[in-house]
Design a protein around this ligand. Structure first.
Ligand SMILES: Cc1cc2nc3c(=O)[nH]c(=O)nc-3n(C[C@H](O)[C@H](O)[C@H](O)COP(=O)(O)OP(=O)(O)OC[C@H]3O[C@@H](n4cnc5c(N)ncnc54)[C@H](O)[C@@H]3O)c2cc1C
Length: 376
């Protein structure tokens, strides 16, 4: 791994930045989604033989970061090509690959991802959505919460459990559930977020699924799941870095122009230094994200796990601080609709909570990296 970007990555970055600039903060999600897909950006990580770009999460994270930095992040990139595309490309059957990968790559189909449950929360070992066999079919029952984009996704990759016929123990497994499947109900959650992608509570009531709905091997569920969760964390880091950069850029422009004494406010170190600090934090977070993407794309799932967690943590914290400082830099204007920064205060917190909270990452590093004992 080199710490400077390759020429290809630089070219991708500036091409996506140009696309983002054309759409800007008032973007139409659907138009941007299909344009980004046509240019090959949404499927940049998917295999070439299925219509993708043959790259990896390194390239996909550049796309999301640059769109975010232009004020037009595509949240569904975190789930559709990054989690679902990766899991299907690595563990799906030939038929599943044929059915989904070209469509995920060209943006004509989208897939959401559902793991979070109301009674399990951060403890995904406690999820109870269960699949039982009925002939060759599966019957899937359970509840999910905070699942993004279920209304705009053609299907949702649901993390459930199957019962081990020998031991009776529940094993994690992944099912593709079409949006119109009988028994699949969604209820939009009233979030305090100004985002085009909505969150839903799902009720899965004895959904009958064919055998082909199961992705990968019933006995290797956990491994398959982690193959998708590392890209999710890396992409959330990209989302956070993009948003932090967008907010910071607005603040810098304002601080250069706004004069209330005899110099622009950006000349006061009380304004300039926190902005410089925010920039440094975002750059550092990006380095960790690049390391995580590199390890993941090299096939080092274990190394990528630690790095992806650290990158998500660093990016989430850097984003929250950058947005906070940006709003403060604008004074009263920071809270107006016209300048559009106040809503990012809530949006930035998403990167601290999801897909795994700041505290759960600190727990992971305490236990896995530092070897400290668990409190729970
Ligand atoms: C905007 C948004 C979009 C989302 N999209 C999706 C999606 O598409 N798919 C999906 O599956 N999920 C999604 N989520 C859910 C998200 O992943 C969860 O909110 C997150 O994992 C935290 O779970 P929880 O909300 O149940 O919090 P809880 O687990 O109830 O945690 C509450 C608080 O307690 C802390 N805590 C819990 N356990 C410990 C511990 N052992 N030690 C220290 N602190 C602890 C947490 O850090 C947190 O601060 C989304 C969430 C949001 C907000």
């Amino acid at each position: 791994m080199t710490t400077t970007e390759t020429e290809d990555h630089k070219a991708l970055r500036s091409a996506v930045a140009a696309l983002g600039k054309r759409h800007g903060r008032t973007y139409d999600r659907e138009t941007l989604w299909s344009e980004a897909a046509k240019l090959g950006y949404l499927g940049v990580n998917l295999p070439e033989e299925y219509g993708g770009g043959g790259g990896g999460i390194a390239e996909l994270s550049i796309v999301l970061e640059e769109l975010g930095a232009a004020g037009c992040p595509l949240l569904m990139m975190v789930v559709s090509p990054a989690i679902c595309g990766t899991v299907i490309a690595r563990f799906g059957t030939d038929a599943q690959k044929q059915e989904w990968l070209p469509a995920l790559a060209d943006g004509t189909r989208t897939m959401a991802f559902g793991i979070t449950e109301p009674d399990a929360g951060s403890n995904s070992h406690r999820i109870t959505t269960t699949a039982r066999r009925d002939g060759s079919d599966w019957l899937l029952t359970g509840r999910k919460v905070f699942i993004s984009g279920v209304d705009i996704a053609d299907a949702t990759l649901i993390v459930g459990r199957t019962e081990d016929s020998r031991t009776g123990r529940l094993k994690p497994c992944l099912f593709i559930v079409p949006r119109d499947a009988e028994g699949f109900r969604r209820h939009q959650i009233d979030m305090e977020l100004q985002a085009v992608e909505k969150q839903f509570e799902l009720t899965l009531d004895d959904i009958r699924l064919p055998a082909e709905a199961l992705v990968g091997d019933e006995d290797a569920g956990l491994l398959q799941l982690f193959a998708g969760l590392n890209p999710e964390r890396i992409m959330t880091a990209a989302f956070a870095i993009g948003m932090g950069r967008y907010a910071l850029a607005q603040a810098i422009t304002y601080a250069r122009d706004r004069t209330v004494w005899n110099t622009p406010i950006g000349a006061h170190q009380a304004i300039a230094h926190p902005l410089a600090q925010a920039h440094i934090d975002l750059e550092l977070a990006r380095l960790m994200m690049q390391k995580a993407a590199y390890l993941y794309d090299e096939g080092d799932d274990v190394g990528a796990g630690e790095a992806a967690n650290m990158a998500k943590y660093a990016a989430g914290e850097a984003c929250v601080r950058a947005v906070d400082q940006a709003v403060h830099t604008l004074g009263g204007n920071g809270l107006t609709r016209e300048f559009g920064l106040a809503s990012l205060i809530t949006a930035a917190r998403v990167a601290r909570i999801a897909p795994v909270s700041r505290e759960m990452i600190l727990n992971y590093v305490s236990h896995q990296t530092l070897g400290l004992p668990k409190s729970y």
